[in-house]
Design a protein around this ligand. Structure first.
Ligand code: FAD
Length: 607
């Protein structure tokens, strides 16, 4: 397994130089956040990095080899997970970004994202346990009654209990309107839930003393489809008055999935057998409430794309410097050696630079979105509903692109890392194939790429904003272009971005006009639209990083000149070798739907 190092220099470059997080925290309006200066940020990052590298990363390979165990209805995690989790909890990491009144440290939400990236890069299977619990905590923060918050948030914040997301059933993952788990009202105001949920991450495990399921179910007589779904809190053990573990609540694990990757993460079938549940949020509004949970979870899954890209890149880069093969086409580079190192070959450099460009560009995109999440969270805490909606809408435009594009690229880049290793990449002992297997799930769960694409194009761009979401974002890009048009080093990026901004609006309008006559275009064009948007957003990210690098090279910064030069060279590579892919998506997106829809179902195969 390639040894994992947290890319602290890049993270600190983004936080302090490119995105000015200390300045952002000062003006955020979150009590205490104004004191989170550069020094505080660095201390927290350094401590997180130690935990990720020294405690969590060493369990990545062994967790994959061993997997989780299921015996007598109980799930146990791989050797060492429990001890590592206890250390994580003892450090107070679970409550890092949650309010002090529930036992947290009150840091901004974005700090939690940096934490998740470090843990996830080290060991995604491990990171999923506390990661999903954060989603449950966020849902409770937003929709729970004060009493529910007092009961569930302290032990979850402490990490003594864990939260899950219980949506999927055998007949439906995407189409939750088909969901059948029932919730029957009881005289005391609680509900009895009966039904079976599949694929529930962390559904059962031995890391915590209790598991709090945030579950979707249907009350008798509720409207059919998505309009009749409600959200419930269903603890595995009912809490006692003093927030200890009480009676067993008939929540059973009946199976553990055997799967391709993330084998250290327990994926469970969970049976509710007349289990007591407590309504969370308004009746029949469960799906709407769950959307908050889903957005956080989707950004959380987007991180996975960057984590696997980074991990695979670190392995591939080290190998490309050591392994020797033939001579570089431009002449011997290491004449004293039997052959030149792989890194001298242009095609290997293409693969490495693709990984580097995606890891660093994706990280910039995620951290920019984290600022929006911070602002949204402050509005939640201040009960400012209008403000919350405003920032949630802004974040909502990024979410499907981050989730869909970054996880697809994470998979491609994990594959590239394996490719750099040649045949050795396919052999288990190097650990590169594990990264590919672990990365594969990210484009499937929390809504497949296709569903993210429909959410972006169908809902956010066409239905809700009639193209305004793209217009607003491109207006911001154009302001950047205007500010930097005179800078000779940045001019090529500015020129390209200006053209893309116009094209992105044109494409949205063309799809919108076609959709008025042919609804299938939305589904046929969606994934192309998502990829196109991803390439443009990342181009903007690289242009902004390049602008910072140019300034720091002129005036001096926290990093060495070589670091800033490498940023500019990676931006050059991105614009020259990766961004042209956007044009293929633009062409494909506008192709009439006839070529997709004309074939009869019976003619797909003539076996
Ligand atoms: C390891 C793992 C962990 C998971 N963890 C959890 C968890 O913690 N909690 C939880 O609730 N669920 C979890 N899931 C479930 C996961 O979220 C679903 O599998 C996923 O949302 C897809 O649903 P599905 O499998 O039913 O696929 P389907 O909905 O059957 O989709 C099949 C294919 O059809 C496409 N499709 C479906 N509908 C449309 C449409 N209208 N238009 C165009 N294309 C469409 C999809 O994009 C996909 O390609 C997990 C799954 C796995 C494998």
């Amino acid at each position: 397994m390639p040894e994992f190092k947290v890319p602290l220099r890049d993270i600190k470059f983004l936080l302090h130089e490119a995105l000015d997080f200390p300045g952002h925290y000062k003006t955020l309006g979150l009590p205490g956040a104004d004191a989170v200066d550069r020094e505080t940020i660095d201390t927290i990052l350094d401590e997180m990095a130690k935990l990720a590298e020294n405690v969590v990363a060493p369990l990545n390979r062994s967790g994959d080899e061993e997997g989780c165990h299921f015996k007598d209805g109980k799930v146990t995690t791989p050797k060492g997970f429990k001890e590592a989790y206890d250390q994580f909890v003892a450090g107070g990491w679970q409550g890092l970004s949650h309010p002090e009144e529930y036992g947290g440290q009150g840091m901004p939400m974005s700090m939690g994202l940096f934490k998740q990236e470090m843990l996830g890069g080290a060991n995604w299977s491990f990171a999923m346990y506390p990661g999903l619990s954060i989603g449950a905590m966020n849902t409770l923060m937003l929709h729970a009654t004060d009493e529910q918050k007092k009961t569930y948030l302290p032990p979850l914040t402490e990490g003594r209990w864990m939260g899950t997301m219980c949506l999927t059933e055998a007949q439906c993952g995407t189409d939750l309107g088909q969901m059948a788990t029932s919730a029957v009202p009881q005289p005391d105001g609680s509900y009895k839930l009966t039904g079976s949920k599949i694929f529930i991450s962390s559904g059962d495990n031995d890391l915590t003393e209790n598991i709090v399921h945030i579950a979707l179910a249907r009350v008798p007589g509720a409207p059919k489809g998505t309009k009749g779904i409600s959200l419930f809190i269903v603890p595995k053990y009912l809490p006692t008055e003093d927030l200890q573990v009480g009676a067993f609540n008939n929540v059973a694990c009946s199976a553990l999935e055997h799967k391709m990757g993330i084998r250290g993460s327990a994926t469970c079938t969970i049976e509710f057998e007349g289990s007591t549940g407590f309504l969370l949020g308004p009746l029949n509004k469960g799906l709407e409430c769950m959307f908050t949970f889903m957005n956080t979870a989707r950004v959380g899954t987007a991180i996975q794309g960057v984590c696997h890209t980074e991990h695979s890149y670190q392995g591939a880069l080290a190998y490309a410097k050591e392994r020797r093969s033939m001579r570089a086409l431009s002449g011997k580079k290491e004449p004293d050696q039997v052959a030149d190192a792989l890194i001298y070959h242009a095609d290997v450099r293409r693969m490495l630079l693709t990984q580097k460009a995606i890891a660093e560009g994706g990280r910039y995109m995620l951290y920019s979105a984290a600022k929006l999440a911070d602002k949204m969270t402050v509005c939640v805490l201040n009960k400012d509903e209008k403000g919350r909606e405003h920032w949630d809408d802004k974040l909502g435009f990024f979410t499907p692109v981050l989730k869909g594009f970054l996880t697809e690229m994470g998979l491609e880049c994990s594959n590239l890392g394996m490719q750099v290793f040649g045949g050795h990449g396919y052999i288990r002992e190097h650990g590169m194939e594990q990264i590919v297997r672990d990365a594969r799930i990210a484009t499937l769960y929390e809504g497949t790429t296709g569903i993210q694409a429909l959410d972006l194009l169908g809902r956010k761009v066409l239905l809700i904003t009639k193209g305004a979401a793209v217009r607003e974002f491109t207006a911001e890009i154009l302001k950047f272009c205007a500010r930097n048009a005179r800078n000779a080093r940045l001019r090529p990026y500015v020129w390209e971005l200006s053209k893309l901004s116009a094209q992105w609006n044109y494409l949205s309008t063309r799809v919108m006009l076609t959709a008025a006559k042919d609804r299938d275009i939305v589904s046929a064009a969606a994934v192309d639209f998502l990829h196109y948007s991803g390439w443009v957003m990342m181009a903007y990210a690289w242009a902004q990083m390049a602008a910072v690098a140019v300034e720091k090279l002129e005036k001096g910064g926290l990093e060495s000149p070589e670091f800033y030069e490498a940023k500019l060279q990676t931006a050059d590579f991105y614009y020259a070798k990766l961004l042209p892919r956007a044009q293929a998506h633009a062409t494909s997106m506008l192709a009439p739907t006839k070529s997709v829809m004309q074939m009869k179902n019976d003619h797909f195969s003539f076996l």
